[in-house]
Design a protein around this ligand. Structure first.
Ligand code: AMP
Length: 548
């Protein structure tokens, strides 16, 4: 049926799961006890499902022995490792709320997150590369009386946590499990807001277990799948699209490296015969950019997910042809919605799978609205809203901020600009605040970026608006050139664009860069790009807009 209005509901015969995360893991364990559940490639350690369950329960009992109770907040501050995954399930077993802390945080952000969520027990890495986690914890600890206990992965405090499990009867986990409800909060994730302090999106068992399950369903996961996860666990891309999609289906979680490393990722895919590979677009771009790319055998790959930021069509095509990921999916979502709202399906045609972010997941509703909150006709850009089981409980202890994004009819307003097609598939055209308005006309950076990607000299590109006296705003393109390509300037780019895209979309300024300002989750910081461009092109007073 062709839609006329931008609303679609994910009708499905497959019911939502009415379980807690712990009960669901136990179910997979009883189905596949001896099947491989988790592989930590850097340390060459591996666990079957029954071993993963046993280890998680041991850590859960250790936490109980150290005074953690249901509803307490347990922080995790570490790059990816097996202990991260185990703590996710250990906290779920006892209903402690896992607080994911971004490993890129420094003392100011760390202290804020620990204080705001009231973390009682923190599990932290000791150090990794230039990050001295222990030193930073020491700096903030004195100011946080509520932080009673710190356990470090990789020093004696971790084995102590495990050995303290002996002080708690193993029946205790079952007894607590019976008291837990699937709507209880189980996880707080700080969202990487570009302004102000991060907000703690609070998610329930029901939110993330079901989201993980349906993401895995869309990829046709089974115990035959081995999922390579170079994406961070502290973000839902790792812990929901990765861990929960895998464990709900009996698939294997494979950790290629503590932090993203293109060669380690490709090597792990080859050695572990992974069937599925995840990444934000820049990770796939970096993998293709590896001088060793051709040397890896990636033929075991079948599927995977690209998400988190606009996924360029050209990169998707290479993922399918050169990485053998014929059934790769694009997913779109945000932390506040567990995260995924839309996803492409393995049997979608190439156009749908490369040029859209898919359609709504089962049991979720999405709509596109105008500034008066009215559903817009098909094909018209507007703000995307999501409703259903996946919408977070709220921002932790910030009811006003929650009310700013979740309206009285329970729709989450995403701040993303989307266009719905008549078949219900979506295109994300930008963030509302990143839209460029030139001479009164709305310009969606995404459209220009997609076009510029077709230029052979351009390896990566991002477009922002800058103030302009005459037009209000003008278009700037930041370009990373392909290796060995001749430099481009605004004039040569204009010649390339003329006659192919509307003249008002042709970048007025071009800046060649080696890298973009990025968040650790692979999102380009467009606000920062805009500020740098304003300084570089001397546009401080243009349009009367004052900038810092
Ligand atoms: P986060 O809460 O960190 O997961 O960030 C969510 C934001 O990432 C969304 O609101 C979008 O702006 C962006 N995003 C996620 N997935 C996609 C996608 N497939 N295409 C375009 N933007 C995306």
């Amino acid at each position: 049926m062709k839609l006329t209005h931008s609303y679609v509901h994910g009708a499905s015969d497959l019911p939502l799961i009415g379980q807690t995360i712990g009960d669901n893991l136990s179910e997979t364990v009883s189905r596949l006890p001896d099947h491989e559940a988790l592989v930590d490639h850097p340390s060459d350690r591996r666990w079957t499902y029954s071993e993963l369950e046993e280890w998680s329960r041991k850590v859960a009992r250790g936490l109980l022995a150290r005074g953690v109770t249901t509803g307490d907040r347990v922080g995790i501050w570490s790059p990816n490792c097996a202990e991260w995954v185990v703590l996710q399930y250990a906290t779920a077993y006892i209903g402690a709320i896992l607080v994911n802390i971004n490993p890129a945080y420094r003392v100011h952000e760390l202290e804020y997150a620990l204080r705001q969520s009231g973390v009682r027990t923190l599990v932290s890495a000791t150090q990794h590369k230039t990050s001295d986690y222990r030193g930073m914890v020491d700096q903030v600890r004195g100011a946080l009386p509520g932080l009673e206990d710190v356990i470090y992965i990789g020093d004696p405090t971790w084995p102590e946590l495990e050995s303290s499990a002996s002080r708690v009867d193993s029946g205790e986990i079952e007894a607590i499990g019976k008291t837990l409800a699937f709507d209880d909060p189980i996880n707080i994730q700080y969202t990487s807001g570009t302004t102000g302090f991060p907000k703690g999106a609070t998610l329930s068992h029901h939110n993330i277990l079901n989201n993980g399950y349906f993401i895995g369903e869309m990829l046709h996961y089974s115990e035959a799948d081995r999922v390579c996860l170079p994406v961070p666990f502290y973000h839902c891309f790792g812990m929901v699209l990765g861990n929960l999609a895998a464990t709900t289906h009996g698939a294997t979680i494979v950790i290629p490296a503590p932090l993203f490393d293109p060669d380690a990722t490709l090597e792990t895919v080859e050695k572990e015969r992974c069937t599925s590979l995840y990444g934000v677009p820049t990770m796939f771009i970096a993998e293709f950019g590896s001088p060793r790319f051709e040397s890896f055998d990636l033929t075991s790959l079948r599927t995977g997910i690209m998400a988190g930021a606009p996924c360029p069509v050209e990169v998707m095509k290479r993922v399918i042809s050169e990485m053998h990921m014929e059934q790769v999916a694009i997913a779109y979502g945000m932390t506040e919605t567990s995260p995924v709202s839309t996803q492409t399906r393995p049997d979608d045609d190439l156009d749908l799978r490369t040029a859209t972010v898919g359609t709504v997941l089962p049991h979720v509703e999405i709509k596109v609205v105008d500034s008066d909150n009215r559903v817009v006709p098909i094909g018209t850009p507007g703000e995307l809203c999501t409703r259903g089981y996946s919408v977070m409980l709220g921002y932790w202890e910030e009811p006003e901020k929650t009310a700013e994004v979740i309206d009285s009819a329970r729709w989450m307003h995403t701040g993303d600009l989307a266009v719905m097609r008549e078949d219900g598939y979506l295109n994300i055209v930008g963030r509302i605040k990143d839209m460029v308005i030139r001479g009164g006309e709305n310009i969606y950076p995404r459209e220009i970026e997609e076009f510029l990607f077709t230029h052979p000299a351009i390896e990566d590109v991002a477009v922002v608006g800058v103030p302009d006296e005459r037009y209000g705003e003008e278009v700037v393109a930041w370009i990373r050139l392909a290796p060995g390509a001749d430099p481009l300037d605004a004039d040569t780019l204009r010649t390339f664009c003329l006659g192919k895209i509307a003249h008002n979309k042709i970048p007025r300024y071009v800046k060649l860069v080696d890298a973009f300002p990025m968040t650790v989750t692979g999102k380009i910081r467009k606000v920062e790009m805009r500020e740098i461009s304003i300084g570089e092109f001397g546009l401080q007073v243009a349009g009367g807009i004052e900038t810092a």
